[in-house]
Design a protein around this ligand. Structure first.
Ligand SMILES: Cc1cc2nc3c(=O)[nH]c(=O)nc-3n(C[C@H](O)[C@H](O)[C@H](O)COP(=O)(O)O)c2cc1C
Length: 194
């Protein structure tokens, strides 16, 4: 993976994560920071959930997205109970925008670090507003919400979806933003020619 940049108050520094991961001592289950850092070894993509309220469009950056079911088509996100978005996601359509590696500013914008508002190019005439140029999107209606401790598990039923073939994903790993290494693709195509 190629590092894009590091800046997050929400997730702990990668240096801490590395120290903890290589530490001989058994991490304490009672220490949420250690647990969160160790969970950060699971590399993910990054999505922004977008929804409409009145005349305004809103979004929230999330990496707990996962697919659940094909029949019916269901996807899941785990939302902090303190999230302003939670109430809306449980009661109205929302879009899951899978971010490309050129959308780091968008990820930061909807994670509480507002960037230049012109950065966001909306597609407003869909089931829910979505972000133009995303790697993929899933238009959802709320299906169910389940207790997830200090989070709520929100299931959405996929009503429509789409993807762009010429974009690479934005990744999140050990508290760092990443992208797929270019060499990996190059090496693959090199091999397929021989
Ligand atoms: C990479 C990354 C992943 C995140 N994943 C989640 C998540 O899965 N669930 C969640 O509730 N918040 C997550 N957050 C935090 C929210 O983006 C952040 O708290 C946001 O400001 C909440 O906005 P809201 O209060 O308007 O809903 C994540 C933040 C980052 C940077």
């Amino acid at each position: 993976m190629t590092d894009i940049m590091w800046d997050s108050e929400i997730y702990e520094k990668a240096a801490d994560a590395k120290t903890l991961a290589s530490s001989a001592a058994t991490p304490s289950i009672a220490d949420p920071r250690q647990l969160r850092n160790t969970l950060g070894n699971f590399a993910t993509g990054v999505v922004v959930l977008t929804y409409r309220s009145g005349d305004h469009y809103y979004g929230v950056t999330v990496n707990s997205f996962t697919s659940v079911s094909l029949d019916p088509p269901l996807v899941l996100v785990s939302m902090q109970r303190t999230s302003r978005a939670l109430t809306y996601l449980l009661e109205r359509p929302f879009a899951v925008n899978v971010l490309g590696d050129n959308q780091l500013g968008t990820a930061l914008h909807f994670a509480g670090k507002p960037q230049d508002a012109h950065l966001i190019e909306w597609v407003g005439d869909d089931i829910a507003p979505r972000i133009n140029g995303s790697l993929a999107y899933f238009q959802c209606t709320p299906w169910a919400g389940y207790d997830g401790g200090d989070h709520v598990l929100v299931l959405g039923r996929v009503m429509s979806y789409g993807q762009q073939d010429d974009t690479q994903p934005l990744l999140f790993y050990r508290g760092r933003w990443s992208a797929l290494a270019q060499e990996a693709g190059g090496a693959r195509s090199e091999r397929s020619r021989s």
